[in-house]
Design a protein. Structure first.
Length: 205
């Protein structure tokens, strides 16, 4: 791809680093920004700079937050004794979009994947176990994507909870095996939470 401007080429190369964005799409986006009023581009650049400099992660659930604790954790209407364990912040957004779940979350920040060099020590599992030992939690819902890595993470975490008086359940398998949670439609995802099953029962499936 030939560029008449080094500045344009640099902008396209940076844009193309975003997931799902190829060089042609990046070029289209950059040219679109150039056609817009200058102030609009500055607002976008400012928003990106601000989110990188000022964004926080909730000290309790590890979700993205503007403050030390996110709005979900500080919401008095949420069920503090019910925790939904998810892989990623995008999964929180997917579940919240269903309007079904009224508990809190715990974002692990990934899933166990030896092939990618990711082990339990790289995830937020220890803080989950500490939270579980506090005695305030009655049920943990494992809502990892139904992939081999997701199942491995569920099982490892479940084993760490042995001996604690906490119910463990997993979302129902209305979600096809191998699918990522964030791409599941809201109705199926909401139903899978309502129809969750005890985790030990899922090991026999």
């Amino acid at each position: 791809m030939e560029f008449s401007s080094k500045l344009l080429e640099n902008a396209v190369n940076e844009m193309a680093q975003l997931p799902g964005i190829g060089k042609r799409t990046a070029l289209r986006l950059v040219l679109h920004l150039l056609r817009q009023p200058r102030e609009q581009s500055f607002l976008l650049a400012g928003a990106i700079k601000k989110v990188r400099e000022e964004i926080n992660f909730c000290k309790s659930c590890h979700n993205i937050s503007d403050k030390d604790l996110c709005e979900i954790c500080t919401n008095p209407m949420r069920k503090k004794e019910l925790i939904c364990v998810v892989e990623d912040i995008r999964d929180v957004m997917a579940i919240e979009s269903t309007g079904i779940f009224k508990g809190l979350y715990h974002v692990l920040g990934g899933k166990i994947s030896p092939m990618d060099g990711i082990g339990p020590q790289d995830l937020k599992i220890d803080s989950l176990i500490t939270k579980a030992k506090s005695g305030d939690i009655k049920e943990l819902i494992f809502a990892m994507s139904p992939t081999m890595e997701g199942d491995t993470t569920n099982f490892y975490t479940f084993k760490q909870l042995q001996g604690l008086n906490i119910a463990t359940s997993t979302i129902a398998r209305g979600i096809a095996a191998g699918n990522e949670l964030e791409y599941t439609d809201e109705i199926t995802l909401g139903r899978s939470i309502i129809d969750r099953v005890p985790f030990e029962a899922s090991l026999k499936l």
